[in-house]
Ligand binder design. Structure first.
Ligand SMILES: Nc1nc2c(ncn2[C@@H]2O[C@H](COP(=O)(O)OP(=O)(O)O)[C@@H](O)[C@H]2O)c(=O)[nH]1
Ligand SMILES: [Mg+2]
Length: 374
């Protein structure tokens, strides 16, 4: 397959410039930034596929990771130390009962522990990850490797990343104003992340005063936004709904509205979940509750994002997203915005033609866009 990603990237950058010049709505520009972010990650697809969970303390990030791992590896309800990142990775040849834990300090030196069962792995993570731990000085990253074949995300080469070291940047706007080092640490962790999951809590959304870090740094990284703790959200008394399905629907639409107002998230990429319900459902083998927890849907979304990192699938997604974004503009504006992108599109179409890729979906969508706006 020829590499058309460079031209898709050039075209998107020009289109974003065009949108800024034409003063189109900021949400539309955010969407294009997200698509640009995806092409950049596709172009770098040899790198590990990290899925980072970001948000303030006690949002349920570690709990969600445990649900996606299908095991209670991450300590929950913990006050973290200042800088650690925990990465969890699958290795097919690894003994599923054992866990290899590499503790990497700020100087890059590695200390490896191989532990014999889950409870020992958990203990070690708690020890390294808490203020009380004796060995918590200067630890930068902890890599946990085992055979996680129960987790579809890990089996598909995804690496789940817990980010207690970045939490403080989300705690208040002071992180960006007065405590630059906390923000810098979070930005550094973000910079090596392929798929960004932003976790907020249904019962706390309204009171947050930490939108700045999200808007400035996460929004351009096409985050999936997760409203966790949906089980703890209650409608006010005026809503007198008794049908449980209708009630759930109404609750979710209210939560999503608050999330939109608070953070300006893209609602197409926002989900209400409950890791508590998922945990309970798995314990009791309750399929209905598991579906209702929406954690399986989050898993599907993450798997789709992982597939998008594959150039063949991802570039098609990028072009579809671009098509959808351009359709949100009125035709005249869209044509004007597309003006500077004509050339990279044209070169891409010639390349596609010369390489015999003419029948692919990428070719089809690229042609459609070109013909519509030229
Ligand atoms: N009610 C409720 N509690 C949750 C949910 N998810 C996590 N928790 C609780 O929230 C607390 C913080 O969770 P944790 O995963 O440590 O959050 P983190 O600090 O963001 O990693 C723990 O006591 C969890 O048991 C949820 O969906 N619903
Ligand atoms: Mg945590």
């Amino acid at each position: 397959m020829v590499d058309t990603s460079e031209f898709v990237l050039q075209a998107l950058v020009k289109i974003k410039e065009g949108c800024i010049n034409c003063h189109v709505k900021s949400g539309i520009i955010d969407n294009i930034s997200g698509t640009i972010f995806l092409v950049q990650k596709i172009r770098n697809h040899g790198a590990p596929k990290t899925i980072g969970f970001f948000g303030a303390q006690k949002r349920g990030k570690s709990s969600l990771i445990n649900q996606l791992l299908r095991c209670d590896l991450m300590p929950v309800g913990m006050i973290p130390m200042s800088s650690v990142v925990v990465k969890v990775k699958h290795e097919q040849a690894h003994d599923p009962k054992q866990f290899t834990i590499d503790v990497i300090d700020a100087n890059g030196s590695i200390e490896t522990h191989v532990v014999e069962d889950l409870s020992l792995a958990q203990m070690l993570l708690t020890q390294y990850g808490s203020h009380k731990g004796s060995m918590s000085n200067m630890i930068d990253t902890i890599n946990v490797t085992s055979n996680f074949s129960d987790s579809e995300i890990l089996e598909n080469e995804g690496i789940l990343v817990d980010t207690p070291g970045a939490e403080i940047a989300f705690d208040s706007n002071h992180a960006t104003e007065t405590n630059a080092s906390d923000a810098q640490r979070a930005i550094k962790i973000l910079s090596s992340t392929h798929i960004v999951i932003f976790v907020e809590r249904a019962d706390l959304m309204q009171g947050v005063n930490s939108k700045e870090f999200f808007s400035e740094h996460l929004k351009p990284m096409r985050p999936l936004s997760v409203i966790n703790w949906k089980d703890a959200y209650n409608l006010d008394e005026r809503h007198n709904i008794t049908d449980p399905q209708l009630l759930e629907k109404k609750k979710q639409s209210c939560m999503r509205e608050i999330m939109l107002k608070t953070y300006g998230v893209n609602l197409d990429r926002t989900l209400c979940v409950s890791s508590k319900e998922a945990a309970k459902a798995r314990k009791n083998d309750d399929k209905e509750l598991l579906t209702r927890s929406n954690v399986p849907e989050l898993e599907r979304r993450i798997l789709a994002e992982l597939r998008n990192l594959n150039p063949k699938i991802g570039l098609e997604t990028c072009l579809r997203e671009l098509q959808k974004t351009l359709m949100q503009l009125d035709t005249e504006t869209a044509k004007q915005v597309f003006l500077q992108a004509q050339r990279p599109f044209y070169v891409m179409l010639v390349m596609i033609k010369n390489s015999g890729m003419d029948n692919t979906n990428i070719a089809k969508i690229a042609r459609e866009i070109y013909e519509q706006y030229c």
